[in-house]
Design a protein around this ligand. Structure first.
Ligand SMILES: [Zn+2]
Ligand SMILES: [Zn+2]
Length: 444
């Protein structure tokens, strides 16, 4: 009886929802919001069972708490790990979207400045975060790659980091050149770590492909296909990606001016993420651009909100996602209204930690609540002990006898052996294993 009452009550709520939806639609709001909020009636009937209010039973939550939900075999989960700009701010990292698939595969699309912290707060074992696809070589799209490369290896990635990215008009403007030099930039960092940790994760595999490829497959494994097509942004060498798996299609623009390839190859995709820049008035008032620069950057280099809407009206995705603007209470309504002047379909104005659960039947949009004080996630595969050979190999690579301290620096050591020895003794006792104190007390 009580159950029946609940269903009736829910039906009343649903009817109220429809009325609310009609009002929203009439006022230019979104019927799609209602679809998300209220869902199909069968889902409501199921929900009735789960919604019994109890002082002791867990109730459904509106928030995604990482590591509290299994990914279903047919489900795609996308998490915004960066939605902002090259001008850094604490509230939003720069471009980065994590795609997690029910088959166990995970992919990062762009890895802009500040996004590595967002990724770490999801507490995903780093061996699973070994595939990065870069759309173009602006720092707000790959500026945290070295953080994931080094930090991920330190926190348990013991497989190479694989990175895909486009060529450019000349070899110097391509991904291979950029990442070869990024690794050179890290020479000192890597030289100092060799021999101290499991060194297998400090390897980067770079896959550069032709930026002029038009919807061609650049990744095809485990039922996942990733295609690339050209973008129009900054100079030649920007591209967009489409990922297809299990009948679901995810498209990520990286940065681009509206272009014919995106209209063609993102058509009817499930989740379509396209850049949408700050409106010109706010570029002047908030970003302190001159009107001349604001007009150029806000409409000619990037996609203006009105143009974003026009693109989405042509593509008709199940969910359009706008990113690449600072999402604040006083500026976002302007972006929204401008998009709505050209597009009335499903829309997410993204911010960091927005989450989309995508299945064939439903796209659920929520925010994640994450921990800030994260430590290492679990290891997906056991670590190897540090090897002296890694240090020797590093010295050989650098053409030096050794990467140990010079006599000059080692000669500066001030003796604290008396307080360090007991740490070794304690560890030996705690682990039931003998850890001999190093002969030479100088740091290695
Ligand atoms: Zn860019
Ligand atoms: Zn950008």
């Amino acid at each position: 009886m009580r159950h029946r009452k609940q269903i009736l009550r829910l039906s009343a709520r649903f009817a109220a929802g429809v009325a609310f939806g009609a009002w929203l639609a009439a006022t230019g709001g979104g019927a799609q919001i209602v679809g998300q909020l209220f869902g199909p009636t069968t889902a409501l009937a199921q929900e009735a069972d789960q919604m019994e209010v109890s002082p002791v039973k867990a109730r459904e939550r509106e928030t995604y708490y990482p590591n509290s939900e299994d990914l279903k075999p047919d489900e795609m989960r996308v998490i915004a790990c960066g939605t902002g700009m090259p001008t850094t701010r604490a509230a939003q990292a720069a471009a980065c979207f994590l795609v997690e698939l029910g088959n166990g595969d995970k992919f990062l699309f762009d890895i802009g400045s500040g996004s590595a912290e967002r990724i770490s707060s999801l507490q995903i074992p780093y061996n699973y975060l070994d595939k990065v696809f870069i759309g173009h070589l602006h720092t707000d799209h790959f500026g945290a790659l070295h953080d994931l490369f080094i930090g991920g290896a330190l926190l348990g990635r013991n497989v190479p980091l694989k990175v895909w990215g486009p060529s450019g008009a000349t070899p110097e403007l391509g991904t291979a050149y950029a990442l070869e030099h990024l690794q050179k930039m890290l020479t000192w960092d890597l030289a100092g770590r060799a021999g101290l940790v499991d060194f297998r994760g400090y390897v980067m595999e770079v896959n550069e492909f032709d930026y002029k490829l038009e919807n061609e497959v650049i990744y095809d494994e485990n039922g996942v296909q990733i295609r690339t097509f050209p973008a129009i942004h900054s100079i030649d060498g920007s591209i967009s990606y489409a990922l297809e798996w299990n009948g679901l299609k995810f498209v990520f623009s990286s940065d681009t001016y509206p272009n014919k390839w995106f209209i063609e190859y993102a058509k009817n995709a499930d989740l379509v993420i396209h850049e949408c820049f700050i409106a010109v008035p706010e570029l002047v008032s908030k970003m302190k651009f001159s009107p001349e620069s604001a007009l150029l950057v806000g409409t000619q280099v990037h996609t203006a909100p009105e143009a974003f809407g026009k693109v989405m009206s042509a593509i008709e995705p199940r969910m359009a996602v706008a990113y690449h603007f600072f999402n604040d209470f006083d500026t976002t309504p302007g972006v929204y209204e401008r998009i709505r002047s050209t597009y009335d379909g499903p829309l997410s104005l993204s911010e960091d930690f927005m989450v989309w659960n995508v299945t064939k039947d439903d796209i659920k949009v929520r925010m994640a609540v994450t921990e800030e004080r994260t430590w290492a996630p679990p290891l997906a595969a056991p670590a190897e002990l540090p090897k002296e050979e890694d240090k020797v190999a590093m010295a050989e690579k650098l053409g030096v006898e050794s990467v140990d301290f010079s006599d000059f620096i080692a000669g500066g050591v001030w003796d604290v052996d008396d307080v360090l020895r007991p740490i070794y003794e304690d560890a030996s006792e705690a682990f039931g294993q003998d850890f001999p104190y190093p002969d030479n007390s100088a740091p290695k």
